[in-house]
Design a protein around this ligand. Structure first.
Ligand code: RB5
Length: 147
C-alpha cells in the first residue's frame, strides 16, 4: 500500500500545492489533499490543524503544508504534540531538517520559492533519513508538555 501524505495550503500556497501533489503521486505516494482548492482568500490555520492532527495522532508519518512565507502554517502545526514542522526554503535546509531535527511536516514558503525549487525541496525532504545519535537527545528535549 502506498504511504499517505496529507498536503494542505492556503490561497498563497495553492498553485504550488497542485504541483507537489502531482509529484507525490508520480513518486508512488498517496497524497491526501485537505485543501484549499482555489486561490480564493482563506485562513492558513484551518489547513495546518487538519494536517498536523493526523501526524500527532499517528495516522500518518509525515505531511506537507504551504503558505506564503511558511511561517503561519509552521506556527499552527507546531502547536500539536509530536509535530516538528520545518519551513524549508532550499534543499539544503530540507536535508538538515530531516537529518538533525527529524522534521515530520515540511512547510514550503510558496511565495519565496520557484516551482522547481519547491520540487527539489520536497524530493530531498522525502528521501533524507533522520541521523539519530546526538540529535535523538536534542529532539527529545523539544517537547515541553505531555499529551
Ligand atoms: C496570506 O496572505 C499569508 O499571510 C499566508 O500565506 C502566510 O504567509 C502566513 O504566514
Amino acid at each position: 500500500m502506498s504511504e499517505s501524505i496529507p498536503i494542505g495550503a492556503d490561497h498563497a500556497g495553492f498553485p504550488l500545492k497542485e504541483r507537489l501533489k502531482a509529484e507525490l503521486a508520480a513518486l508512488g505516494f498517496d497524497p491526501v489533499d485537505v485543501g484549499t482548492h482555489s486561490t480564493d482568500s482563506t485562513d492558513y490555520p484551518d489547513y495546518a490543524h487538519v494536517v498536523a492532527d493526523k501526524v500527532a495522532r499517528g495516522e500518518v508519518k509525515r505531511a506537507v503544508l504551504l503558505c506564503g512565507t511558511g511561517l503561519g502554517m509552521s506556527y499552527a502545526a507546531n502547536r500539536h504534540h509530536g509535530v516538528r514542522a520545518a519551513v524549508a526554503w532550499s534543499p539544503e535546509v530540507a536535508k538538515l531538517a530531516r537529518e538533525h531535527n527529524d522534521a515530520n511536516v515540511l512547510v514550503l514558503p510558496a511565495r519565496f520559492v520557484s516551482e522547481e525549487q519547491g520540487l527539489e525541496i520536497l524530493k530531498t525532504w522525502l528521501a533524507t533519513p533522520f541521523e539519530g545519535g546526538r540529535h535523538e537527545r536534542r529532539v527529545a528535549k523539544i517537547e515541553v508538555e505531555k499529551p
